[in-house]
Design a protein around this ligand. Structure first.
Ligand code: CDP
Length: 214
């Protein structure tokens, strides 16, 4: 059984949805590292102060067993899902001191037991010795459509063309940054979810997690 599972990929590929379900089925802890970058971005927006090492040193980010996110003790699970925070997360994620702090926290979380951790650099940087690495992708059109539906379901105003542009910008920013860019690890299994249902992707992760060869 593979106890440490890394799921990386671009925005809207479905990482968090499938990772959450697969973790529940396996009895593993799900760790959403994007939520941690989002929490840093939210703090910057709320404080109205520029990002600094001091701000990051003093930040308190916690995730609970239901994948709720707490920033300095306050539940910010819903607040971190706005397009403004998505952009902000990609902006703060470029800084080495932010990545260093969050990477340390993520490794501590993974050390506590069996986990599925999703993000951009889990297989390449955070948990390079993961037992299973998955790189989940989908076409940009499909990813934008999913994000559009997600926002609409929440009752937020959403514009497909604008979301497509935002996703393209974030893909570019995440893939081209100097430190820990979004990249497929050499030993990752690529999964293209463009034409797959959530259940199919979950089934594939469970299959990979339970096969014996590494
Ligand atoms: O859910 P979505 O794919 O839109 O984004 P997310 O996973 O919540 O991540 C938000 C942003 O945080 C990304 O665009 C990345 O810039 C950054 N991030 C990162 O740099 N490294 C990670 N391990 C996770 C997220």
């Amino acid at each position: 059984m593979k106890k440490i599972i890394a799921v990386d990929g671009p925005a809207g590929a479905g990482k968090s949805t499938v990772s959450k379900i697969a973790a529940a089925r396996l009895g593993y802890t799900y760790i959403d590292t994007g939520a941690m970058y989002r929490a840093v971005a939210l703090k910057v927006l709320l404080d109205g102060q520029p990002l600094s090492e001091e701000l990051v040193d003093n930040i308190k980010i916690e995730l609970d067993e239901a994948a709720r996110v707490y920033l300095d003790g306050r539940n910010v699970t819903t607040e971190i899902r706005t397009p403004e925070v998505s952009r902000g997360a990609s902006d703060v994620a470029k800084f080495g001191f932010v990545r260093k702090k969050l990477t340390e926290l993520q490794r501590q979380m993974a050390a506590r037991g069996s986990v599925i951790m999703d993000g951009r650099d889990i297989g390449t940087q955070v948990l390079p010795n993961a037992d299973l690495k998955i790189f989940l992708t989908a076409s940009v059109e499909e990813r934008a459509r999913r994000r559009f539906e997600e926002l609409r379901a929440k009752g937020s105003a959403a514009n497909l063309a604008q979301i497509t542009e935002e996703i393209k910008l974030r893909d570019k920013q995440d893939s081209e940054r100097e430190i820990a860019p979004l990249a497929i690890a050499e030993d990752a299994v690529p999964v293209d979810s463009t034409h797959m249902t959530i259940d199919e992707v979950v089934a594939e992760i469970l299959r990979l997690a339970t096969t014996t060869e590494k």
